[in-house]
Design a binder for this molecule. Structure first.
Ligand code: FAD
Ligand code: NAI
Ligand code: CO
Ligand code: K
Ligand code: MG
Length: 493
């Protein structure tokens, strides 16, 4: 570990492509590059997005190349007329482009042409001084087929994210600065920035020689309002700054937050179980884990599906099943199936959350429209392999008091095993689990909704209503509901 403040090497990123400037493609490459350079101890100073114009590329490359230790470019290395990166970089250094013999050979191998005038051969024309560098796969140890082209301190990568990401990580040795390591700490607080701005200023002033401090508000997070990030190359200083800041912040404003409860989900659930040792909640949670385990023994991965409509109960369920599946099948590359039967008037907030959850939990969502019973028939036809549906039903739900952990659908319904791991959970149990693990849930629950149906029959729970200091009607979040019996007070049906 370095104890001196070694000056880090720097980098500039040039993202090349009209489609990004028109908003047609979201630039993910610069984020990817920044994340890696940061962990490699390189300070990214600037990201520039330029159009597919020769002059623009040349001008930016020249300036970046003089200013920064490394320049990384993304895009514009393909065979089409609008891909001008190699020419632009050559121009920045007053060079011509020439066909590189190795690239000519490669293109001949791939496309069967060695005609130097063929459009495919365009990719072989690189700056005169260009070097080709082959990465080595960390897994197979094999040399990659296609090289990265660089010249001076400029490294050129393709724009297609999968190609860029695959290639970039192979060149860690070029960029990594062995003398530099950035340490960082995060503090989450549930007060707004205004309240703490002078405290932040004081901390910043005191440590600015060695520690940087950033403040990042989030208007939509269920757990915190502001994320503070402290950073330094000197770990001791960082720790002092961090501890001092924590004690200077208003009492109780620092909250515990887990940015990704899906990482080690199973271990975290067991930690929660341990911390709740012996409680009623712990017993129910343990029973739920057993039910899920049993179901995963009885049914194969392909035979299961999670009923998920964005509600809080099935959010608990999904998280539990996800953790158990990850544990049982650690390296499975198939997606867990989920079932979403869309009601007539879904809340946009619910649909948005379903989409977020689908991406986060990597779900293969099977979506149907119409009456639940009809949809289950369609599911049966289209996915005859599915035998069991996990459900977030609780005994206190209407018509659910008779259900057991494993109950077949009624005789006049399409036949599926309904697996109900959280039948006995109370309203408070649901929130203890979600809030205890920082699982994200549909935003409506932070606005007074305690039970979700369709837009035409669901309202915020009147018990949670209050009038704020401006005289405006507001609602407390669902997890603050005192009386569990009143859960469905915002529902007309
Ligand atoms: C897979 C499945 C099987 C069913 N089998 C029967 C049956 O055999 N007999 C019968 O009378 N009724 C059955 N139903 C209907 C069920 O009993 C409820 O009437 C229905 O779930 C809506 O009630 P609720 O709003 O209280 O449910 P919620 O409390 O919202 O739902 C309970 C759980 O069901 C699942 N679920 C509910 N709605 C959806 C949806 N739109 N999309 C995906 N998953 C959803 C979720 O896992 C949810 O946690 C079934 C429903 C489903 C989804
Ligand atoms: N196999 C390999 O390693 C290499 C292949 N090629 C070939 O070159 C062509 C692609 O060259 P490119 O420079 O990628 O062409 P390009 O600049 O036209 O970009 C290709 C696509 O990548 C996406 N993209 C571009 N910039 C992005 C960004 N910043 N963030 C997110 N997405 C972005 C865009 O959707 C764009 O359509 C392909 O034909 C490929 O086969 C080129 C070099 C290396
Ligand atoms: Co050291
Ligand atoms: K192109
Ligand atoms: Mg392009």
């Amino acid at each position: 570990m370095s104890s001196v403040n070694h000056k880090p090497s720097t980098a500039g990123i040039i993202v090349i492509g009209d489609e990004i400037l028109k908003g047609q493609t979201i630039d993910t490459n610069s984020t990817f590059i920044c994340q890696h350079l940061y962990t490699w101890g390189v300070q990214v100073k600037k990201i520039s997005v330029v159009s597919d114009e020769l002059e623009e590329i040349a001008k930016e490359v020249k300036e970046f190349s003089e200013k920064y230790t490394h320049v990384v470019t993304s895009g514009g290395v393909g065979p089409t007329h609008d891909d001008l990166t190699f020419e632009g970089v050559a121009k920045a250094f007053n060079e011509k482009t020439l066909p590189h013999p190795d690239l000519v050979q490669l293109i001949k191998q791939y496309f069967g042409t060695d005609d130097l005038l063929s459009p495919k051969m365009k990719m072989a024309y690189v700056p005169e001084s260009a070097k080709l560098q082959y990465g080595e796969s960390k897994i197979s140890g094999k040399r990659t087929k296609y090289p990265m082209v660089s010249t001076h301190n400029v490294y050129m990568f393709p724009g297609i994210p999968s190609l860029l990401e695959g290639a970039f990580v192979l060149f860690e040795d070029i960029f990594r600065d062995p003398n530099v390591k950035f340490f960082s700490r995060r503090i989450f607080i549930d007060t707004d920035e205004i309240t703490v701005s002078s405290i932040l200023q004081d901390n910043f002033n005191k440590y600015k020689e060695s520690v940087s401090l950033g403040s990042y508000p989030d208007l939509h997070n269920s757990y915190f309002k502001v994320k503070l990030i402290l950073e330094s190359q000197i770990e001791d200083k960082l720790n002092s700054a961090c501890e001092e800041l924590k004690s200077a912040l208003p009492q109780g404003s620092v909250v515990k937050y887990d940015e990704n409860p899906l990482i080690d989900a199973n271990e975290k659930i067991h930690e929660l179980l341990k911390s709740e040792n012996g409680s009623e909640f712990a017993k129910k949670l343990e029973k739920s884990l057993h039910t899920i385990e049993k179901a995963l023994e009885r049914y194969s991965f392909d035979e299961i599906c999670v009923g998920f409509n964005g509600g809080k109960d099935c959010t608990v369920l999904l998280h539990l099943v996800y953790a158990a599946v990850k544990r049982k099948y650690p390296s499975i590359d198939k997606k867990l199936k989920s079932l979403y039967i869309r009601s007539k008037l879904p809340f946009p907030e619910v649909e948005k959350f379903i989409q977020i959850a689908r991406d986060r939990y990597n779900l293969n969502e099977l979506m149907y429209y119409g009456r639940i019973k009809d949809c289950m028939g369609e599911l049966k036809n289209q996915h005859p392999e599915i035998k069991a549906v996990f459900m977030g039903t609780r005994n206190t739900d209407p018509y659910s008091s008779h259900l057991e952990e494993f109950t077949m659908t009624d005789a006049d319904w399409p036949q599926f095993m309904r697996v109900n791991p959280i039948l006995e959970w109370s309203y408070d149990d649901i929130w203890k689990f979600l809030r205890g693990l920082c699982v994200s849930y549909c935003s409506l629950y932070d606005r007074g909704y305690t039970s979700l149906g369709s837009m035409n029959n669901t309202h915020p729970n009147p018990t949670l209503q209050y009038i704020d200091y401006r005289g405006i009607v507001c609602y407390k979040p669902a997890h603050q509901l005192q009386d569990n019996q009143l859960e469905r007070d915002g529902r007309n049906v």
